[in-house]
Ligand binder design. Structure first.
Ligand code: SF4
Length: 374
């Protein structure tokens, strides 16, 4: 059951202003919370129940597990089947279905798949077990990329030649640009991701305000942050402004963390990347620079290149990630697809939209498969 927070006096005043502005604005507004952590935080705190009826929060493509396409899983499965190869992964990827298998199923069948909390775990295991070959599944956004870059640099410095990285790292701004090209998506503003913005700063979202005339607010993850963020968006909407503002001042600074970006740019270079639902997007991914090719699993194991993935045609994750449908509009939601028996990544991941609606939205609305409002 979702428990709404008891609003603090400051929060109450913000909510009051928000309800007044929503009435003044006079038409429904749709804001997208880009980041999966925002989605989960909004549901977990019961924030959605406090917003005016006319404000809808739509979830975007900000869950790294969810946007990783099925062919990456297929390639990881092919790697797991190789002799002496140990797959090292973050836990959420284990249960994501590929075309015919998942890493969890491979592990049950005898493959060695280890869950790591840091990419450095892969290096530690590689140093301890030099007779085995370790492949780290490098997925994530700008938030995760610096830690993976450090791991690649350390592998190179320590000359660990039995560890490599299968990279599907993704950059958020090009994906937002691609997302907004869809004429079906009608948005009034974006809550931009807080953690990603710590790294890149607010500047890369300027095109959203300038070219798409969309208010943007970089918000934190506490319920109060999100209320303040939505209020800032609504003030912009009411004032017919489109700017990039920072709510999450305690962590996000103009310019972001230059040194972190310089670090990853020394290891990776931009590349096209395939996103679930959004397809191939130019310059939206990172690949290892040629000088680190000795740690590039894609190059080291050409026999694991896979044909185009076969996805469950009933799963609508691709559309959920573009906010074109809500989870309750998927025929499998809560019947064929549950967190216990997930059919798509959006139900697997702890930041997945379908998992959030299942755990919180569905329960709050009396176990209806449909969310409370779109
Ligand atoms: Fe995919 Fe399951 Fe979500 Fe449907 S409910 S879109 S099958 S994850």
């Amino acid at each position: 059951m979702t428990v709404s927070p008891a609003p603090s006096p400051g929060l109450k005043a913000q909510l009051l202003e928000m309800h007044q502005l929503a009435r003044q604005f006079g038409r429904p507004v749709k804001y997208m919370e880009v980041c999966g952590t925002h989605t989960m935080a909004a549901f977990r705190s019961g924030l959605r129940t406090l917003l005016p009826e006319s404000i809808s929060l739509l979830s975007g493509p900000g869950c790294p597990v969810c946007v990783t396409p099925a062919d990456f899983i297929d390639q990881a499965v092919a790697l797991a089947r190789l002799q002496d190869v140990v797959i090292v992964t973050f836990g959420d990827l284990l249960r994501v279905p590929g075309s015919r298998s998942s890493l969890e199923r491979e592990r049950a069948g005898g493959a060695e798949v280890r869950v790591a909390y840091s990419p450095l775990d892969a290096l530690a295991w590689a140093a301890q077990e030099p007779q085995r070959r370790f492949v780290f599944l490098a997925i994530g956004f700008e938030t995760t990329i610096p830690a993976i870059a450090v791991s690649v640099l350390q592998a190179a410095e320590r000359r660990l030649d039995n560890v490599s990285f299968l990279c599907a790292l993704k950059l958020m701004p090009p994906a937002l640009a691609a997302l907004l090209r869809s004429p079906a998506l009608k948005l009034d503003g974006l809550l931009c991701p807080g953690h990603v913005s710590v790294m890149i700063g607010p500047e890369p979202y300027a095109f959203l305000a300038k070219s798409h005339h969309l208010p943007c607010v970089v918000a934190g993850f506490e319920p109060g942050d999100m209320v303040a963020g939505v209020l800032m968006l609504l003030r912009q909407s009411c004032g017919h402004r489109a700017e990039v503002e920072i709510q999450y001042h305690r962590s996000v600074k103009p310019g972001g963390l230059l040194r972190a970006r310089q670090l990853w740019e020394s290891v990776f270079e931009p590349s096209p990347s395939r996103w679930r639902g959004l397809g191939w997007i130019p310059e939206s991914g990172l690949k290892l620079r040629p000088e680190f090719s000795a740690w590039d699993a894609d190059r080291l194991y050409p026999e694991t290149q896979v044909p185009a993935a076969v996805e469950n045609p009933a799963c609508r994750c691709g559309e959920v990630l573009q906010a074109l449908v809500l989870p309750g509009q998927c025929p499998l939601f809560a019947s064929g697809c549950t967190p216990e028996e997930p059919q798509g990544p959006c139900m697997v991941s702890s930041e997945g939209t379908c998992a959030a609606y299942y755990r919180y939205g569905r329960m709050a609305s009396g176990a209806s498969a449909a969310p409370e409002r779109a």
